[in-house]
Ligand binder design. Structure first.
Ligand SMILES: Nc1ncnc2c1ncn2[C@@H]1O[C@H](COP(=O)(O)OP(=O)(O)OP(=O)(O)O)[C@@H](O)[C@H]1O
Length: 829
């Protein structure tokens, strides 16, 4: 019994799926000396192993022989003709009857039995090949289903050399090239004997060369006994070798009897007997000339290439390849992935022809869309061998694993020195403290160690946090001393070898105060030592702030530092018997103290805001009342300004324009009529109308100035209230920050703290001195609100344009008013 070594997963599933219509079978030529030590067929009769050639040629004794593994759809050895037929053809015929095309390719080395498979032995009914059996089968089907289907058959039989095609059904010699291929005849046959007769006649027209290669004799072979008894009486019997490719085509035309339409099912079945492939000088093809051998080899290799292109489905290349080979060209409408393709490879399994056998098997794999795999095999005769095999396998797996871990530097994991672990821990701490931006690692072991450090710190924090939840203000030992964490990492390293002790030890929580003090001390000591190590600069004085510090510093420092320090001093007490600290030490301790605070679980911004409002610690309500009041004033003033005073200003301006126009007109009239009278002083004497107009203009200007002043006053007032409003709002924001810093030890980001106030929009332009522009921004924001409301309205765009236009006009009017008032003032001065 033969066992194959563990099969590795392949990547060829995709190709296999693509070619599910193609099946490959192999038929082994019975020979007296088959080299079974080099070629194995598994019991499933589907897998063939061929020994690795380099090993055969090598003289050394290989313990675990390597084989190429070829998967097939069936292997025939010592099988009768009917067994071969029954396995391959009936299933194919089912598809052909349904309307699909089918091709049976017989390929193989010269003299390996292709013709035997296709046509069989002429005078032996039992040994007839696929073609006669198929013909019988088809006519049988026709008779069987004559009440349901009308069937008729057409036959073509050709022989293809490299460039030309011969019609074997015609008595006269024909020679068609690629352009005249359609002239190949096809004849209707109404009964089986006629068709068989025509086929056998055509067989006789094939080009042959006499060969003497067959010297097989296998006692057990059923077929061989028949063959030998009838044809092979001596061991070197000559046989006729075909030098060209032949294609027999049966066109099956069928129609349902109840179908009155003209629709007919039209399918073809080709049986291709490829010219034998071989190597020049090889025994089986001794009688063939080079050109004849080349025809066989070329047909095989071109078919191989074509199939590769077909599998990949590249249309342009398919067309090109079809043109290259006349045989492929002839089969073109049938030779595609949707046709049912059956390949029967013929192999001669002896040492001399192992190479060409391998080539045939490879061709078969290509057809199936597979690459041959190299595997090992064992002969499992006894338990001892099996154990040896498994031990070998185990050794191999272990070796593979070692190589893998070596490639990934995994082997370093348990061998990292204490210095390296310490170094990595320092790196991790530096990273957490924002002293470095990245951690440089060189192996997987480094990464694992660093992750371990993070994990330890996190666990520590978690356990301390849960302990501290009940004990008032939260204070975390965010960054334990390097010495302590080094200890933990080291202890974990040793724990890998010992037991799960370190985990338990991690869970054992120390008193928080003690831990914090320890951390502070150790970190301070480290900082000092670092600083003193570097000549010329005292690093101890400069400790960069961590990411947490940045967060903590959001709150206003002046107000908070004092409160905090008093609170902290309650928590952080000097441990008894501690060494006397230097001023630098205490300074660092102070800085580190800041960094030692981590926020509790942060509340949501809305929760924070709510608790801020509820606490009323920072006179929120009072401030809010003031803000509301300012908001009311702003709204009132704005309404008065926009709806009253500006309109009034506009009316006055129009009226003044009218008066001025009238006055101008009167003056012109006087000049034109020539009634200009002058008094003694030489001044023009004005008419009564002119005097009245003058007065009106004068009064109008007075009113306009007053009105403008009123407008300016309102603008100033508006600005004032806006300023107050913003100040109060800012104060609330600051109070909120202080509140968060106090309560959560960090800032809480909240975007819309005063979203309940409509006047918030004024703050958009709080730095702008011109209230008119503030007004404009208000209008813009209002517009935006309207936009939202009318987002789905079709008239929205029009309204928006209208509003923009009106706003523009209003602003322009205001600008003109101001300019005019200014000029009036100048005139009056
Ligand atoms: N399975 C078999 N059992 C017994 N005899 C066989 C078998 N296969 C082939 N033969 C014999 O081997 C000889 C060569 O066979 P065949 O002509 O079919 O080979 P072929 O591959 O068509 O050769 P060629 O390529 O030269 O045309 C024939 O005499 C045939 O009877």
């Amino acid at each position: 019994m033969w066992t194959e070594a563990r099969e590795k997963p392949t990547m060829v599933k995709r190709l296999e799926l693509k070619c599910k219509n193609a099946k490959v079978y192999f038929r082994i030529l019975p020979l007296p000396k088959i080299c079974w030590e080099n070629v194995k067929v598994l019991d499933d009769k589907e897998t063939i192993y061929v020994r690795y050639r380099q090993e055969i040629e090598a003289t050394i004794n290989v313990e675990r022989p390597s084989y190429w593994c070829f998967k097939t759809d069936g292997v025939f050895y010592n099988n009768t003709q009917s067994e071969v037929y029954d396995t391959i053809v009936p299933e194919l015929l089912e598809h052909v009857i349904k309307g699909r095309h089918g091709i049976i390719f017989c390929f193989g080395q010269t003299g390996t039995g292709k013709s035997l498979t296709t046509i069989g032995i002429e005078n032996s009914y039992e040994d007839r090949g696929i073609i006669p059996r198929l013909i019988t089968n088809l006519f049988g089907l026709r008779d069987e289903f004559k009440n349901t289907f009308k069937m008729c058959f057409k036959l073509s039989y050709i022989e293809a050399t490299r460039t030309h095609i011969r019609d074997l059904l015609k008595v006269e010699e024909t020679n068609y090239d690629i352009h005249s291929i359609n002239e190949v005849s096809s004849q209707y046959f109404t009964n089986e004997p006629d068709m068989l007769k025509a086929v056998y006649k055509a067989e006789g027209r094939k080009t042959l060369s006499r060969n003497t290669a067959y010297n097989s004799h296998v006692a057990n072979s059923v077929l061989t006994i028949i063959v030998i008894s009838k044809h092979v009486n001596d061991r070197n019997t000559a046989y006729n070798s075909h030098v060209a490719n032949s294609v027999l085509t049966i066109i099956v035309i069928s129609k349902h009897v109840n179908d009155s339409s003209l629709v007919k099912t039209y399918s073809k079945i080709h049986i291709v007997d490829l010219a034998g492939a071989d190597t020049v000088g090889n025994k089986p093809s001794m009688e063939k000339n080079v050109a004849e051998i080349a025809t066989g080899n070329l047909a095989k290799s071109q078919l191989e290439q074509f199939l590769l292109v077909l599998i990949e489905n590249i249309p342009e290349q398919i067309i090109v390849k079809q043109r290259l080979n006349i045989l492929i060209h002839y089969l073109k409408d049938c030779l595609n992935a949707s046709s049912m393709l059956r390949f029967i490879g013929h192999i001669r399994v002896d040492d001399e022809n192992l190479l060409i056998t391998l080539s045939m098997l490879r061709f078969g794999q290509i057809v199936r869309g597979l690459k041959p795999k190299r595997m090992h095999m064992y002969k499992c005769d006894d338990a001892k061998t099996k154990i040896k095999y498994l031990e070998d396998e185990l050794r191999q797996i272990k070796r593979q694993k070692d190589i893998d871990s070596m490639i990934r530097n995994e082997d370093l994991r348990d061998n990292l020195s204490d210095e390296r672990i310490n170094q990595l821990r320092c790196l991790a701490e530096d990273y957490l403290q924002n002293r470095v931006d990245e951690i440089a690692v060189i192996s997987l072991a480094d990464i694992q160690t660093i992750l371990q450090v993070f994990k330890t710190l996190f666990k520590q924090l978690e356990s301390e946090k849960s302990m501290a939840l009940d004990s008032g203000p939260v204070r975390y030992d965010a960054y334990p001393s390097r010495r302590s964490s080094s200890k933990s990492v080291l202890s974990q390293k040793s724990s890998r070898k010992q037991s799960g002790k370190s985990r338990d030890s991690l869970r054992q929580s120390r008193p928080i105060k003690e831990k914090v003090c320890k951390s502070v001390r150790s970190l301070t000591a480290r900082s000092v030592s670092r600083g003193s190590n570097k000549s010329g600069e005292n690093k101890a004085d400069v400790i960069p702030l961590s990411r947490l510090d940045v967060l903590n510093n959001v709150k206003s420092k002046e107000s908070l530092t004092k409160e905090k320090s008093t609170k902290r001093s309650k928590i952080l007490r000097k441990p008894s018997g501690s060494r006397r600290k230097s001023s630098t030490d205490s300074q660092h301790e102070k800085i580190l103290e800041e960094t030692m605070f981590l926020p509790e679980v942060l509340p949501s911004p809305s929760d924070a805001w709510r608790s801020f409002i509820e606490s009323d610690l920072y006179d929120y309500k009072e401030l809010k009342e003031q803000i509301d009041e300012h908001e009311c004033q702003i709204k009132r003033l704005n309404a008065r300004y926009v709806n009253g005073e500006v309109k009034k200003l506009k009316t006055l301006r129009e009226w003044l324009d009218l008066c001025e126009g009238k006055l101008c007109q009167l003056k012109r009239q006087q000049e034109l009529v020539g009634t200009v009278e002058r008094n003694e002083q030489g001044d023009i004497i004005r008419s009564e109308q002119q005097i009245a107009c003058d007065e009106m203009v004068y009064n109008g200007k007075q009113q306009l100035v007053q009105q403008q002043e009123t407008c300016l006053t309102i603008q100033t007032e508006l600005q004032l209230y806006l300023q107050l409003y913003n100040e109060k709002k800012k104060k609330i924001d600051e109070s909120f920050d202080a509140f968060c810093a106090e309560k959560y030890q960090t800032a809480v980001s909240i975007d819309n703290r005063s979203n309940e106030s409509e006047v918030a929009v004024y703050t958009l332009n709080k730095n702008n001195d011109d209230p008119l522009l503030t007004q404009e921004s208000l209008e813009i924001v209002k517009d935006e609100k309207i936009n939202k409301l009318h987002a789905e309205n079709n008239e929205y765009e029009q309204l928006k344009l209208l509003a923009a236009k009106q706003r523009e006009q209003m602003l322009r009017q205001q600008y003109l008013n101001r300019r005019w008032v200014r000029s009036c003032r100048n005139q009056m001065k």
